[in-house]
Design a protein around this ligand. Structure first.
Ligand code: NAD
Ligand code: DAU
Length: 362
């Protein structure tokens, strides 16, 4: 089986759902359930015996040691992190705790477990660290996109904490030989995206008749990738990536924030027209994010050439699917906005004491 951290968050949950849809290999899903962890994301596999959910913190090395000894995973896929740049500006401590110290604690548990393995189990073991393009800093308009050899230059407490975690992961390969793989991906979007991030925030605010807050001049550029394409990239790297290597993952979809917001408004105008006017009328320019990176862009040629990965969705098809998903999932949005999703035990497990997942949590 594989051991996933952070599998109740946006990308982790999409990864777990995709994984179980593709094959029968069980998943241990280890997640602290911070505000970003939502078991409603996993509702469709609530009764699936291949999915074992365990609530826990990656800082808890004893618990990790015990779970590795009990379940003997063949791989660890590490998503768990504090992930929102704006939150890292207001409260950086949680980012250092989870992203740096938590990754260190997970690496220590993984190293101890892996060193106890022998033969094929030892040589086939993998630790896949899911990271971000933000570690490379910011680009000007004419710069080439980030490649795997671009120097790290993180600019926010979030990206600095992810950069630190990438360095720790790298060092465990060079020093101890731990078979690690690192992916550095661009901005994801799609189902189950928490509505504090640009795309889901704009969709949910637009529908609620609220302002659409565009930071600064809205001309910052991000390189968007539909989340299931990120999931296929991670599966491919896990399957065929070379230990010690890093792989940049991106969709060749550079867009300014303002053009993303315009496209979302236009899609909503088509799919759920307002009585009067356009959703574009709700756009409001607000104070810029401090230290706001101007442009991210990913050169994805290495993963394309060496591992044969390519995204399946264009920005147009992915965004249309995303808007359709939010229109069809009012209940998910309402529970996030009311905070009801945090009442996770009641929501997911009430009256179902035989549920295997609930037993693991207990
Ligand atoms: P998210 O914030 O939606 O989910 C993070 C998950 O980690 C949550 O379920 C949370 O409960 C869990 N978690 C947080 N702290 C934990 C801890 N101490 N122990 C155990 N679990 C903990 O994040 P996401 O957007 O799904 O991102 C997942 C990973 O992918 C992160 O490592 C992020 O840096 C990386 N990434 C994200 C993007 C993106 O666009 N969202 C792009 C590239 C890379
Ligand atoms: O590049 C990968 C990264 O993408 C991931 O590592 C992060 O975990 C993920 O959160 C994301 O970071 P960004 O800061 O790029 O994403 P966010 O959705 O917060 O913002 C996208 C852009 O939109 C950014 O330039 C800031 C801007 N923005 C964001 C919000 C929430 C606005 O203009 N208005 C907003 O209200």
């Amino acid at each position: 089986m594989i051991f996933v951290t952070g599998g109740a968050g946006f990308i982790g949950a999409n990864f777990v759902l995709d994984w179980l849809a593709q094959n029968d290999e069980p998943v241990i899903n280890y997640d602290k359930l911070t505000y970003a962890g939502n078991l409603n994301n996993l509702a469709s596999i609530k009764q699936d015996a291949r999915h074992i959910f365990v609530q826990g913190d990656i800082l808890d090395t004893d618990k990790l040691n015990q779970l590795f000894a009990q379940h003997k995973p063949r791989a660890i896929v590490h998503f768990a992190a504090e992930s929102h740049v704006d939150r890292s500006i207001h409260g950086p401590a949680a980012f250092v705790n989870t992203n740096v110290n938590g990754t260190f604690s997970l690496l220590e548990a993984a190293r101890a477990y892996w060193q106890g393995l022998t033969g094929d189990e030892r040589s086939n073991f993998r630790f896949l660290h899911v990271s971000t393009d933000e570690v490379y800093g910011t680009l000007s308009t004419d710069d080439p996109p980030f490649s795997e050899t671009t120097a790290y230059a993180p600019n926010s407490p979030y990206s600095a904490s992810k950069a630190a975690s990438d360095h720790l992961v790298r060092s465990y390969h060079h020093t101890y030989g731990l078979p690690v793989l690192t992916t550095n991906c661009s901005n994801n979007y799609g189902p189950y995206h928490f509505p504090e991030k640009l795309i889901p925030l704009m969709i949910t605010n637009a529908r609620a008749g609220k302002d659409l807050p565009v930071y600064g001049d809205g001309q910052q550029v991000r390189d968007w990738l539909y989340v299931s394409d990120h999931c296929t990239a991670i599966r491919r790297v896990l399957e065929a990536g070379k230990p010690g290597e890093t792989y940049n993952v991106g969709g060749w979809n550079e867009k300014t924030n303002l053009s993303v917001v315009h496209t979302l408004c236009d899609l909503l105008d088509q799919l759920q027209p307002k009585a009067n006017g356009s959703y574009r009328d709700q756009i409001k320019y607000v104070t810029d994010r401090p230290g706001h990176d101007r442009r991210y862009a990913i050169d994805a040629r290495k993963i394309e050439k060496e591992l044969g990965w390519k995204p399946a969705e264009t920005f147009e098809t992915g965004l249309r699917k995303t808007v359709a998903w939010y229109l069809a999932n009012d209940e998910w949005v309402a529970q996030v906005q009311s905070g009801d999703y945090l009442k996770w035990v009641d929501l997911q497990y009430s009256g179902n004491s035989s549920n295997k997942n609930a037993q693991e949590q207990a």
